[in-house]
Design a protein around this ligand. Structure first.
Ligand code: FES
Length: 166
Protein backbone atom coordinates (compact mmCIF):
# COMPACT_ATOMS: atom_id res chain seq x y z
CA UNK A 1 0.00 0.00 0.00
CA UNK A 2 1.56 3.30 -1.02
CA UNK A 3 1.73 6.41 1.07
CA UNK A 4 -0.50 8.13 -1.44
CA UNK A 5 -3.42 5.81 -0.54
CA UNK A 6 -3.38 7.07 3.07
CA UNK A 7 -3.46 10.74 2.22
CA UNK A 8 -6.52 12.65 3.25
CA UNK A 9 -7.46 15.50 1.03
CA UNK A 10 -8.02 18.93 2.47
CA UNK A 11 -11.72 18.58 1.65
CA UNK A 12 -12.01 15.21 3.44
CA UNK A 13 -10.14 16.58 6.47
CA UNK A 14 -12.52 19.53 6.71
CA UNK A 15 -15.56 17.27 6.29
CA UNK A 16 -14.45 14.89 9.07
CA UNK A 17 -13.50 17.73 11.39
CA UNK A 18 -16.70 19.69 10.89
CA UNK A 19 -18.83 16.55 11.22
CA UNK A 20 -17.11 15.63 14.48
CA UNK A 21 -17.29 19.12 15.97
CA UNK A 22 -20.90 19.55 14.78
CA UNK A 23 -21.93 16.22 16.30
CA UNK A 24 -20.26 17.08 19.60
CA UNK A 25 -21.95 20.49 19.74
CA UNK A 26 -25.36 19.00 18.89
CA UNK A 27 -25.00 16.34 21.60
CA UNK A 28 -23.93 19.02 24.12
CA UNK A 29 -27.08 20.98 23.37
CA UNK A 30 -29.54 18.06 23.21
CA UNK A 31 -28.42 15.96 26.20
CA UNK A 32 -29.26 18.52 28.93
CA UNK A 33 -32.64 19.21 27.32
CA UNK A 34 -33.44 15.49 27.11
CA UNK A 35 -32.38 15.00 30.73
CA UNK A 36 -34.49 18.00 31.81
CA UNK A 37 -37.53 16.70 29.92
CA UNK A 38 -37.29 13.12 31.14
CA UNK A 39 -36.29 13.73 34.76
CA UNK A 40 -39.83 14.05 36.21
CA UNK A 41 -40.94 10.97 34.29
CA UNK A 42 -38.03 9.00 35.69
CA UNK A 43 -39.03 10.03 39.20
CA UNK A 44 -42.71 9.13 38.68
CA UNK A 45 -44.13 6.95 41.38
CA UNK A 46 -42.59 8.86 44.26
CA UNK A 47 -45.95 10.56 44.82
CA UNK A 48 -47.72 7.26 45.41
CA UNK A 49 -45.88 6.96 48.74
CA UNK A 50 -48.04 6.49 51.80
CA UNK A 51 -48.08 9.25 54.40
CA UNK A 52 -48.28 8.69 58.15
CA UNK A 53 -51.34 10.46 59.55
CA UNK A 54 -52.19 9.16 63.03
CA UNK A 55 -52.19 6.18 65.37
CA UNK A 56 -55.06 3.67 65.36
CA UNK A 57 -55.47 4.34 69.10
CA UNK A 58 -56.61 7.89 68.31
CA UNK A 59 -59.53 6.71 66.16
CA UNK A 60 -63.18 6.35 67.15
CA UNK A 61 -66.28 5.07 65.37
CA UNK A 62 -67.17 8.66 64.52
CA UNK A 63 -65.19 10.44 61.80
CA UNK A 64 -62.48 12.77 63.13
CA UNK A 65 -60.57 15.30 61.07
CA UNK A 66 -56.80 14.83 60.71
CA UNK A 67 -54.34 17.01 58.77
CA UNK A 68 -51.10 15.82 57.25
CA UNK A 69 -48.41 17.43 55.08
CA UNK A 70 -45.91 16.18 52.55
CA UNK A 71 -43.57 17.37 49.82
CA UNK A 72 -45.11 17.17 46.36
CA UNK A 73 -43.18 17.31 43.09
CA UNK A 74 -45.44 18.38 40.25
CA UNK A 75 -43.27 18.10 37.12
CA UNK A 76 -40.56 20.68 37.98
CA UNK A 77 -42.43 22.41 40.80
CA UNK A 78 -41.86 21.29 44.39
CA UNK A 79 -44.22 22.36 47.14
CA UNK A 80 -45.43 21.42 50.62
CA UNK A 81 -49.00 20.14 50.43
CA UNK A 82 -51.38 19.87 53.37
CA UNK A 83 -54.33 17.49 53.14
CA UNK A 84 -57.17 16.63 55.46
CA UNK A 85 -59.07 13.41 56.00
CA UNK A 86 -61.97 12.29 58.14
CA UNK A 87 -60.87 8.96 59.58
CA UNK A 88 -62.81 6.41 61.63
CA UNK A 89 -62.59 2.76 62.65
CA UNK A 90 -65.48 0.31 62.68
CA UNK A 91 -65.26 -3.49 62.91
CA UNK A 92 -61.46 -3.20 62.84
CA UNK A 93 -61.59 -1.46 59.47
CA UNK A 94 -60.08 1.99 59.14
CA UNK A 95 -61.73 4.32 56.61
CA UNK A 96 -60.45 7.74 55.55
CA UNK A 97 -62.74 10.11 53.68
CA UNK A 98 -61.78 13.16 51.66
CA UNK A 99 -63.47 16.31 52.99
CA UNK A 100 -64.00 17.65 49.46
CA UNK A 101 -67.67 17.81 48.57
CA UNK A 102 -68.46 15.81 45.45
CA UNK A 103 -70.93 18.44 44.26
CA UNK A 104 -68.71 21.42 43.45
CA UNK A 105 -65.67 20.93 45.67
CA UNK A 106 -66.36 22.88 48.85
CA UNK A 107 -65.10 21.47 52.15
CA UNK A 108 -67.51 19.44 54.24
CA UNK A 109 -67.54 19.27 58.04
CA UNK A 110 -68.78 16.48 60.28
CA UNK A 111 -71.29 16.92 63.09
CA UNK A 112 -71.71 20.67 62.77
CA UNK A 113 -75.49 20.58 62.25
CA UNK A 114 -77.58 20.41 65.43
CA UNK A 115 -80.42 18.60 63.68
CA UNK A 116 -78.04 16.11 61.97
CA UNK A 117 -75.08 15.58 64.34
CA UNK A 118 -74.11 12.33 62.58
CA UNK A 119 -73.80 13.74 59.07
CA UNK A 120 -71.26 15.61 56.96
CA UNK A 121 -72.58 19.01 55.95
CA UNK A 122 -71.48 21.16 53.02
CA UNK A 123 -72.25 24.86 53.60
CA UNK A 124 -72.06 25.86 49.92
CA UNK A 125 -75.34 24.33 48.72
CA UNK A 126 -76.44 22.45 51.84
CA UNK A 127 -75.17 19.09 50.64
CA UNK A 128 -75.20 16.23 53.15
CA UNK A 129 -73.50 12.85 53.56
CA UNK A 130 -74.06 10.20 56.21
CA UNK A 131 -71.28 9.17 58.63
CA UNK A 132 -69.93 6.72 55.99
CA UNK A 133 -69.69 9.55 53.48
CA UNK A 134 -72.66 8.37 51.42
CA UNK A 135 -74.55 11.26 49.83
CA UNK A 136 -78.04 11.90 51.19
CA UNK A 137 -80.67 11.74 48.43
CA UNK A 138 -82.40 15.05 47.83
CA UNK A 139 -79.24 17.09 48.49
CA UNK A 140 -76.99 18.35 45.65
CA UNK A 141 -74.08 15.82 45.81
CA UNK A 142 -74.68 12.92 43.42
CA UNK A 143 -72.01 10.54 44.71
CA UNK A 144 -70.29 9.63 48.00
CA UNK A 145 -67.22 11.35 49.41
CA UNK A 146 -63.98 10.04 47.94
CA UNK A 147 -61.85 7.64 50.01
CA UNK A 148 -58.12 7.46 50.61
CA UNK A 149 -56.12 4.26 50.23
CA UNK A 150 -55.48 3.19 53.84
CA UNK A 151 -52.65 1.04 55.19
CA UNK A 152 -52.42 0.17 58.89
CA UNK A 153 -49.05 -1.04 60.10
CA UNK A 154 -47.79 -1.41 63.68
CA UNK A 155 -50.77 0.57 64.99
CA UNK A 156 -50.10 3.49 62.66
CA UNK A 157 -52.40 4.75 59.90
CA UNK A 158 -50.90 5.70 56.53
CA UNK A 159 -52.90 7.27 53.70
CA UNK A 160 -52.23 7.04 49.98
CA UNK A 161 -54.05 8.32 46.97
CA UNK A 162 -57.68 9.43 46.87
CA UNK A 163 -60.16 7.25 45.00
CA UNK A 164 -63.59 8.05 43.67
CA UNK A 165 -66.54 5.91 44.77
CA UNK A 166 -69.61 5.46 42.59
S1 FES B 1 -70.34 22.13 46.82
FE1 FES B 1 -71.13 20.94 48.41
S2 FES B 1 -73.25 20.99 48.07
FE2 FES B 1 -72.46 22.14 46.46
Amino acid sequence: MSEKDHKVSRRQFLTYTLTGVGGFMAASAIMPMARFALDPALKAGAESDLKYVCDVAELTEDPQKFSFSFEQVDAWYESEVTREAYIFIRDNTVTALSPTCTHLGCTVAYGTQEEHPDRFFCPCHFGMFDKDGINIPGTPPQRPLDVYDVVVEDGKVYLGQINQRT
